[in-house]
Design a binder for this molecule. Structure first.
Ligand SMILES: Cc1cc2nc3c(=O)[nH]c(=O)nc-3n(C[C@H](O)[C@H](O)[C@H](O)COP(=O)(O)O)c2cc1C
Length: 342
């Protein structure tokens, strides 16, 4: 997920049980123009494997030229995004735009497959709109080309992120497309129960969790536990939760620089604090902090007691021992994989 699934977040998801993670989508145009922000997104770490690098673009030549740039990172998979619904992407036949032109989708996919020895997978949607749902043709064509797995976000492009994901289409793909490659289902699997329901109702081979993991990387271990035992693992205790948020913030600042990291983290707190009465108080304190040090001070000194007190509106500002960066000595990005092709 763009601006979400960066290495800090992926490493946390992995630690908390994700079987596999994907980079944010990376623009083929950005890669071939060697835009620093695009090249940075190609960094992956051994600690997060198996990991897919996801690319997008509607220009065959650019895609072809972009693929070799992925090789030093040695991604376990190269994933192509034919699902993004955003206007500026689809208007150039990137993302879901190419669902309107399957001949072009075929050419783009073939160009990527020809350019890499790595397994190539695709993520797409049901179709452009209700009148043109073509996912059955699309998945058959992709399998024929040699794609190793497909992920279907069970909405049309016209639906964007609205309405419900139409899981009945995942069932239909399993029943009618005759695929021998894995089908990964996606869309609205946002809790352990919903992930299990997707498996049970549709027969998909894997479930991809997107928004349900934002501010909630524990969803992966909870889902694994629920799938294995049918029982609910309790969520993380407050202290573990705050340590993880602090770690996320620290890694994010290491990844993006302090200013941008602090800003981007502000969009994560809603998820991390969801369901905790009194956490609104903490959130308003944390988002006022312009520095990482200030953010960490707030997070790590806000105890369960402070939370309870804030829920009863008895306290204004929590007090606690001063936290130092040393307390988070564990929070460092490892060294990315960068091997030149032999
Ligand atoms: C902020 C945000 C960014 C996203 N960026 C990407 C992306 O880069 N690549 C991609 O394949 N899907 C992206 N998606 C779509 C999700 O991967 C997923 O298909 C969609 O949210 C439905 O699944 P969910 O209900 O589990 O979230 C993004 C979604 C959100 C909310």
């Amino acid at each position: 997920m763009e601006d979400v699934s960066d290495p800090p977040f992926r490493l946390l998801c992995k630690r908390y049980g994700a079987d596999m993670v994907y980079t944010e989508f990376v623009s083929a145009g950005g890669i071939v123009h060697e835009a620093a922000s695009s090249l940075q997104k190609l960094d992956v770490y051994d600690e997060e494997r198996p990991v897919a690098i996801q690319i997008f673009g509607g220009d065959e030549d650019e895609l072809r030229r972009a693929v070799p740039y992925l090789e030093p990172a040695q991604p376990d998979l190269v994933d192509i995004n034919y699902g993004c619904p955003v206007k500026k992407v689809v208007s150039h036949d990137g993302g879901a735009g190419v669902l309107r032109n399957l001949a072009k989708m075929e050419a783009l996919t073939a160009a990527v497959i020809e350019g890499t020895t790595r397994p190539v997978t695709v993520k797409t949607r049901l179709g452009w709109n209700d009148e043109t749902i073509n996912v059955l043709d699309v998945v058959r064509m992709l399998e024929r080309l040699g794609v190793a797995a497909v992920t279907i976000h069970a909405r049309t492009r016209a639906q964007m992120y609205t309405g419900s994901a139409r899981w009945n289409w995942l069932r239909r793909i399993k029943d009618e497309a005759g695929l021998s490659i894995p089908l990964i289902g996606n869309g609205d699997a946002d809790s352990p129960e919903r992930a299990k329901a997707m498996f049970d109702e549709t027969g998909v081979d894997g479930v991809m969790i997107g928004r349900g993991a934002i501010g909630n990387p524990w969803i992966f271990r909870e889902t694994r536990h629920f799938l294995d035992t049918g029982e609910h693992l309790p969520g993380p205790k407050w202290d573990e939760r705050m340590r993880t948020v602090a770690e996320h913030a620290t890694l994010k600042c290491e990844w993006l620089g302090e200013r941008k990291g602090v800003l981007e983290m502000r969009r994560m707190y809603g998820g991390y604090f969801k369901g905790f009465a009194g956490a609104g108080r903490l959130r308003s304190l944390v988002i006022q902090e312009p520095t990482l040090g200030g953010v960490l001070e707030r997070l790590l000194n806000f105890s369960q007691d402070d939370l309870d007190a804030a829920a009863g509106e008895k306290i204004a500002v929590p007090v606690g021992a001063s936290t130092t960066r040393a307390a988070l000595a564990f929070a460092h990005l490892p060294t990315p994989t960068r091997k030149q092709p032999a």
